[in-house]
Design a protein around this ligand. Sequence first.
Ligand code: PXP
Length: 249
Amino acid sequence: MANHGKLRLGVNIDHVATVRNARGGAYPDPLRAAKIAQEAGADGITAHLREDRRHISDADIEGLMDVLSVPLNFEMAATDEMQQIALRHKPHAVCIVPEKREERTTEGGLEVAREENKLAHFIAPLRDAGCRVSIFIAADKRQIEAAHRIGAQVIELHTGAYCDAHAEGDTDKRDQELQALREMSGFAHSLGLEVHAGHGLTYDTVTPVAAFPEVMELNIGHFLIGESIFLGLAPAIAQMRRLMDAARA
Ligand code: PXP
């Protein structure tokens, strides 16, 4: 049975850290953003500790583990260093994402199908430590089947191609991408995978994706942090929440 319940919103705070790091100081503070986001209705906080530490820092992850009352979704590349950090903190969820070009599919998600053995070994200790393991992939049957075989509990479907087509005004491509996301949400759910989605979502693009009954969580960052310049962070999140709830109703 597909899930018709409340859709969770994970707010990605990476780009609060991007603005902070532009000056190398302490402001704006991503931890403060995370606290405001959870008060404003975020069901989880997402943060990507990149290998080059271009936005979120190791100290940010430590701080998030201390202050959050909602789950942390820790995005990371499949490297030994990141695995050790995840095993030390044991966040609620880890989402394995590509960082290098060769780790990506043509659509931009993780290349799981070609790296099955390596990824299966990589995620096993994370699962054993109690983290929910999510794999960020394109809406591609081969990648979904591979994610299922390696033992991931969750897949996050990459919505970037759909959002890009929307932004370019290419309605045929947008509709094709949306159809692929719809079909692959259903397919992943039929395998027993929990389905999440994200990347590039805005007020203009969120509704059709939020309406897929199998999708249980959306992770949204860049647009919300940008919109918070104009509206404030809590109202920007509240507006996204309203659109998601309306799509689901
Ligand atoms: N989901 C995943 C797996 C991501 O890596 C990101 C950030 O790149 C997002 C969702 C959020 O994307 P955006 O910041 O474009 O909303």
